[in-house]
Design a protein around this ligand. Structure first.
Ligand code: GLC
Length: 460
């Protein structure tokens, strides 16, 4: 081969390598409008059900029990051997979600413990090999679809059971020194686990029809006993996800925050953002995930359950800041929802029955509407209606500063009864600032029998 030919073939190889490199990094491109259209159903839905269900339901003391108590695979095996949710009826779950006003569900196909609810071909650590003896995920998907709900899979990137998943600081067998880690990780080959995780995500996205959402959870980069994008091969994993399910909505825990197309929404967890979540100064889609009590998995002795009003405020406030709420249920190992969860879902549902139009398709109110004290505003841009949620029932009147020239009609949302309006001048005894543009709503003294009453304001 002549020198120039060698040079040319080198250049070709380099060029191919470069192309391969960029091909790896390149996620499908889309415009902001395309992304908005892809996410439209989800943004309008506003409210979904998270479900954390796995072997940890039997320990009934948090889904991180294996880590918290540093349980070994051998000792954890007892849960696998007795797992038999004889009362599991996902149609019932779907009905409860729907009756609560939820529009989609996201279930743990596998949580950090590594146990799979689905019939994965690449492991025996799955429901089909327990006394349950069937693909529990399949039944769930069918049930949720039958109720017209969106279906989403949570899949844990972390895996405390797989023999090649390297021990890190979140692992049940986490160590204290580098030497200890080296010893524990001898013979573990993360690339084998990486392939396993890709194989499983592929199974999830090919065997269950159209999947609306995927939750890949989670990365903790930053030191050598953490894990991030190179451990999961996040970009290629995501590329595969988008290739298999082009319409799917993906969360933000792959450690790809700085990569275009690396995430679809932010996922503040157990945390109520004070304003619309932004990235680099721009408002972005977001969904807060929250529990009824302090744990995701079923926790028998946990008592910090939020009451109905707190849950409703959570939902309304989230929408008032342009976000979604994913509210979690941790079913028992028999396959049932705890009675406290059932009660809460029912109460939310009865509020939603009369008031859901202040939630679906709604978002933050335009800035010219000043939020009155003790209340939350949501807004439907399509119907041009503003929803005033009264968290603390006012006595007789409420004054909406600067609203008078903007509102043409007001009514209570749950029963469409007129709320009479006037423009504030002065009170009987005290002369107040005569701001001609303040709108006064006259409300009944007795609070309607609605947990959080809503006034619907039809805008001019
Ligand atoms: C966390 C936890 C987990 C839970 C999840 C929900 O990352 O590890 O147990 O599944 O968040 O957002």
């Amino acid at each position: 081969m002549s020198r120039s030919m060698v040079g040319k073939s080198m250049a070709l190889v380099l060029c191919l390598l470069f192309l391969a490199g960029t091909a790896v990094a390149q996620l499908p491109r889309e415009t902001a409008e395309q992304k908005e259209a892809r996410m439209k159903w989800w943004t309008e839905a506003r409210f979904g059900m998270f479900i954390h269900w796995g072997l940890y339901a039997q320990a009934a003391r948090h889904e991180w029990v294996k880590k918290r108590e540093r349980i070994t695979n051998e000792d954890y095996q007892k849960y696998f051997e007795v797992f038999n949710p004889d009362l599991y009826n996902p149609r019932e779950w779907a009905r409860m979600a729907k009756a609560a006003g939820m529009k989609y569900g996201v279930i743990t196909s596998k949580h950090h413990e590594g146990f799979c609810l689905f019939d994965s071909k690449v492991t025996d650590y799955k429901a089909t090999k327990t006394p349950a003896a069937r693909d529990l995920l399949k039944e769930w998907v069918d049930a949720f679809r039958a109720e017209g709900l969106g279906v989403g899979f949570y899949y844990s990137l972390i895996d405390w059971h797989h023999p090649h998943y390297t021990v890190d600081r979140n692992h049940p067998q986490s160590a204290n020194t580098d030497e200890e880690y080296d010893k524990l990780n001898q013979g573990r080959d993360m690339s084998i686990y990486r392939q396993y995780l890709k194989d499983q995500v592929r199974e999830l996205l090919t065997h269950y029809g159209k999947i609306d959402i995927i939750w890949l959870d989670f990365s903790f980069p930053g030191d050598k006993h953490g894990k991030g994008r190179s451990d999961w091969d996040s970009e290629n994993l995501l590329k595969m996800v988008r290739g298999l399910q082009p319409q799917i909505i993906v969360n933000d825990r792959l450690d790809l925050m700085d990569v275009e197309g690396g995430w679809d929404f932010r996922s503040p967890e157990q945390f109520k953002p004070r304003e619309w979540v932004t990235m680099n100064g721009k408002k972005v889609p977001w969904e807060t995930c929250q529990t009824f009590s302090g744990s995701w998995g079923y926790y028998r002795d946990e008592t910090t359950w939020k009451n109905t009003k707190q849950l409703l405020v959570l939902l309304i406030e989230t929408v008032s800041k342009g976000g979604n709420l994913l509210l979690n249920v941790g079913p028992t190992a028999r396959g049932t929802f705890d009675s406290r969860a059932q009660e809460s879902l029912k109460s939310i549902g009865s509020w939603m029955q009369g008031n859901s139009s202040s939630i679906y398709g709604c978002t933050q109110a335009p800035p010219e509407f000043k939020i009155p004290e003790q209340s939350l505003l949501t807004y439907n841009a399509k119907t041009r209606r503003l929803y005033l949620h009264l968290l603390d029932w006012p006595m007789g009147q409420i004054v909406l500063e600067g609203f008078a020239d903007k509102v043409k009609y007001a009514q209570l949302l749950h029963d469409a009864s007129e709320v009479r309006m006037s423009v504030r001048r002065q009170t009987t005894w005290i002369k107040e600032d005569a701001r001609i543009n303040d709108l006064v709503l006259s409300l009944p003294i007795v609070k309607p029998n609605v947990e959080i009453p809503v006034v619907e304001l039809l805008l001019k």
